[in-house]
Design a protein around this ligand. Structure first.
Ligand SMILES: [Zn+2]
Length: 271
């Protein structure tokens, strides 16, 4: 039985082998033996809201997903509603400025590092109001903004005011989000592994096995895949991975992990 679900544990902690774990501070334990014996995986699917390829295939997957929907796009509302109806968790997938990459990849309503405090707040609130059922936010791109304390403080403030949390997609290893979230009394929740950094079903199912190993070693794993040009391949790889993991890992939504591992329940204020 592993008891290393420490609030705020960074990805570096997941690299520890079992023999190293004795030195890891024991915190955040559920105190329930059956819960501690279960390995959980939360799969976040990014980039919904624009009728991208793979959307239907993702919604046909047999497990609970966490669906991250971009604001102000043609299928934003439909995708969020569809996810909610299926019992999936919904996140706002907030476009945030990257260090590199084309501005047009960001999509409408993006948060840029050069914006004033007031403009950042206005954009985050408008984006949240546009995505129904959102219980939290994760970043679309954002390697620049997730390293910017001033802008992140405003985004996390809005999360706190609205009973939401922020999942750092970890597009930037210098991200300040985890540390700031802890300072502000929010859970530190981070993507641990991208499923489709190479866009073939074979690679995605391999990443699924890796995520499954992380879940078994560390009680849980948070992982991200995407709809998009190669979205059908990603969905196919997730399905294959699911078939080989379904007896070892419980697939949950991010809100289930928050409750069970962080003892934190989102309380979204409805617009
Ligand atoms: Zn994205």
């Amino acid at each position: 039985m592993l008891g290393a679900a420490v609030m705020g544990m960074g990805p570096e902690a997941y690299a520890l082998g079992p023999e190293d774990r004795a030195g890891v501070p024991q915190g955040g334990e559920t105190g329930v033996a059956s819960a501690a014996d279960v390995s959980r995986m939360a799969i976040i699917i990014d980039d919904l809201g624009n009728g991208m390829k793979g959307t239907d295939e993702m919604f046909k997957l047999p497990m609970k997903l966490t669906v991250a929907v971009m604001p102000f796009l043609p299928t934003t509302k439909a995708d969020a509603a569809r996810a909610h109806k299926r019992g999936d968790d919904v996140l706002l997938h907030l476009p945030m400025e990257p260090r590199q990459g084309k501005p047009e990849w960001l999509g409408p309503g993006a948060v840029l590092a050069r914006m004033s405090d007031g403009e950042v707040r206005k954009r985050v609130e408008a984006a949240l109001d546009d995505v129904p059922y959102a219980i939290g936010i994760n970043n679309h791109m954002g390697s620049k903004v997730t390293g910017d304390e001033r802008v992140m403080r405003i985004i996390l403030d809005v999360c706190r005011e609205r009973g939401l949390f922020f999942v750092d997609s970890k597009t930037n290893y210098r991200s300040v989000v985890g540390r700031m979230a802890l300072e502000m009394g929010l859970p530190k929740v981070e993507n641990q592994i991208f499923l489709d950094d190479i866009h073939t079903a074979g690679h995605v199912s391999k990443q699924m096995s890796l995520a499954g190993k992380m879940a078994r070693d560390n009680r849980f794993c948070i992982t991200i895949g995407h709809v998009g040009v190669q979205g059908r391949q990603t969905a196919a790889g997730i399905r294959t991975g699911y078939e080989s993991l379904k007896n070892q890992v419980v697939f949950v939504g991010i809100s289930d992990l928050l409750r069970e591992e962080w003892h934190w329940t989102p309380k979204p204020l409805l617009p």
